[in-house]
Design a protein around this ligand. Structure first.
Ligand SMILES: Nc1nc2c(c(=O)[nH]1)N[C@H]1C(S)=C(S)[C@@H](COP(=O)(O)O)O[C@H]1N2
Ligand SMILES: [Mo]
Length: 238
């Protein structure tokens, strides 16, 4: 399998970051840049809760719904687009139908957030990012990818080596269903070997760059290489 050498060391979690900033759990819950909630009625309840505390309760699926912005436009087959550009020979924009027409890969791994919640053995399905990169033709000297989102705010990064792993997907399905809006649908990134913050929701752009440009949380203290600790997984190493 095309895996990169895994650097030693424990990724810095958000708790650690908040600890460094001297913010306790209450300050965290009230932090204006982190809107939390989850699907359906609970998401609505959370929006009406100015403390954001309802977002700290687990959802029935075990997932929590994270967004750094309060509202995100909905996109579907009529208006969803994913653009691949930057240091490539053939920049391209894919519709949802285009992405569905490419061979799909299903992988099942544990999802872990740095906040401490996890959902073991979660299926994700979609297009391998490496296949899109091959189609785009990455030019010499390219080193990394920058991911952008149609929430207009979140961003992420991967090195080219990381992005070419077979367990990194441009995902269209999660838990064997189309990805819901709340979970970043119709298309999100899924980086199986790393903490879930690397898996950008509402994915709209992949730009090939000559260096790693730290993403939203990484600019706020998270590790750029968000590797999961193999010892903390029920699914074995990827
Ligand atoms: N666009 C966007 N992507 C994002 C986030 C976000 O706030 N906005 N949060 C990240 C974090 S910290 C986690 S744990 C997961 C949460 O995914 P979920 O809401 O589907 O559970 O999305 C990641 N991707
Ligand atoms: Mo997270």
């Amino acid at each position: 399998m095309n895996r990169e050498k895994r650097p030693e060391g424990t990724p810095i979690g958000r708790r650690t970051v908040l600890g460094m900033l001297g913010i306790g759990a209450a300050g965290f819950a009230a932090a204006p840049y982190l809107q939390r909630g989850w699907e359906g009625a609970l998401a609505k309840a959370s929006q009406n809760d100015p403390t954001g505390l309802t977002g700290l309760l687990p959802s029935p699926t075990g997932f929590r719904y994270y967004s750094i912005v309060g509202s995100v436009p909905r996109k579907n087959e009529t208006d969803y687009e994913l653009t691949i550009d930057g240091l490539v020979d053939h920049p391209k924009t894919y519709t949802l139908a285009d992405l569905r027409a490419i061979p799909q890969t299903r992988i099942v791994h544990d999802v872990l957030c740095t906040d401490g919640w996890r959902v073991n053995k979660t299926p994700f399905e979609g297009v391998r990012l490496t296949d899109l990169l091959a189609e785009a033709g990455v030019v010499n000297g390219a080193k990394a990818l920058r991911f952008t989102c149609f929430d207009g705010a979140y961003s992420e990064s991967l090195t080219l080596g990381q992005a070419r792993r077979s367990d990194v997907l441009v995902a269209l399905r999660m838990q064997d269903e189309p990805i819901t809006h709340e979970h970043g649908g119709p298309v999100r990134l899924y980086v199986a070997p790393m903490y879930f913050y690397k898996s950008a929701k509402w994915l709209s752009g992949v730009s090939v760059t000559d260096r790693v440009i730290p993403g939203y949380w990484e600019k706020r203290g998270y590790a750029v290489d968000g590797w999961l600790d193999d010892a903390d997984r029920t699914d074995g190493p990827t």
